[in-house]
Design a protein around this ligand. Structure first.
Ligand SMILES: [Zn+2]
Length: 316
């Protein structure tokens, strides 16, 4: 093990995020060289580093090609800042010369600019995906009631549409169609690439003149609840999205409309994320939680759709 020199210790202590180049104690003649070496330690090679003060993106080594999770910027010819969006890590390296007192401020600004650029890109992608969602939705026909997913779940298609073999669940944000969830014949579900995800929701039934609204995770659960109870059911898609969806709904609906969170009971999963997140969403808006009641001896069902199906199959 190599012990850092006193000088290096001082440098390390001075800035918590000083990265590979300085840690190694190497002195570099150019920032391009320093950054190349630092990135190589993350498995990134062959980049043509441009120390032009602009923000540059590159693929991280741990995600598929084209991920553009990595970024760097050289605010001066002595300093480079780089990081990875998906891990949140950020490093500053220098050519190893005397630290420029302006460099820390430059670094913060560079990071800020990189983040703003990333945000702008994300919003632009979301807008493109929303456009695609609207095109697909407009071109799609009503869902076939004999679609394998619907027959397996024994559910009517309600408002779903279909493109080829995919069922399309429209996802709205503030009343606008912004994304689509595709349900494949075997039940795999996937939203369109790059679309808005947080706070988006779908609806089974109609909110008009309803005095009670349920919020559930999946479309099938929502459809089964709507069929059983005759109330509109909002589809939040997953447990983490229950709270943002519940909050928006509470803001939009009149106070005398009761909102109830219909939980998935992930009783076979550590920490029961369905029930846990449902309780948090309910707490956030002062709502009650509705838990599924399982048929006696059932060791399979976890949500309202399962229970409805279980009952139908027992009767049949
Ligand atoms: Zn069951």
């Amino acid at each position: 093990m190599v012990t850092p020199s006193t000088q290096e210790k001082a440098r390390l202590g001075g800035r918590a995020d000083v990265g590979a180049a300085s840690v190694a104690g190497a002195e570099y003649s150019t920032i391009e060289h320093a950054l190349s070496d630092a990135l190589a330690a993350h498995g990134i090679t062959g980049l043509a580093i441009r120390a032009d003060g602009g923000i540059h993106r590159f693929d991280s080594a741990d995600k598929p090609k084209g991920n553009r999770n990595g970024w760097y910027v050289c605010p001066t010819l002595e300093v480079a800042v780089y990081g990875f969006w998906h891990t949140g890590e950020q490093h500053t390296i220098t050519t190893g010369g005397k630290a420029d007192p302006a460099a820390a401020a430059e670094t913060r600004l560079a990071y800020q600019r990189a983040r703003e650029q990333r945000e702008a890109e994300r919003r632009a992608q979301q807008a493109r995906t929303a456009e695609q969602a609207r095109r697909w939705w407009a071109a799609a026909g009503a869902a076939d009631p004999n679609h394998p997913y619907l027959t397996k779940k024994r559910l009517a298609p309600y408002g779903l549409r279909q493109r080829d073999t995919m069922l399309l669940v429209p996802l709205f944000h503030d009343g606008e169609l912004v994304n689509l969830e595709r349900i494949y014949p075997h039940g795999a579900k996937k939203a369109l690439f790059g679309g808005r995800a947080k706070g988006v929701a779908s609806l089974v039934g109609s909110l008009a003149s309803a005095d009670r609204v349920l919020v559930a995770e999946g479309w099938a659960t929502a459809a089964a609840l709507h069929e059983a109870m005759g109330v509109p059911v909002v589809v939040a898609r997953n447990a983490d999205n229950l709270e943002p969806v519940a909050r928006r709904l509470r803001q939009r609906l009149p106070d005398d409309v009761t909102i109830t969170i219909a939980a998935d009971d992930d009783r076979f999963t550590e920490g029961n994320p369905g029930a846990t997140k449902a309780r948090l969403a309910a707490l956030a808006i002062g709502a009650k939680v509705l838990m599924p009641t399982f048929c006696p001896g059932c060791a399979r069902c976890t949500d309202f759709a399962d229970v409805a199906l279980c009952r139908k199959e027992r009767v049949a």
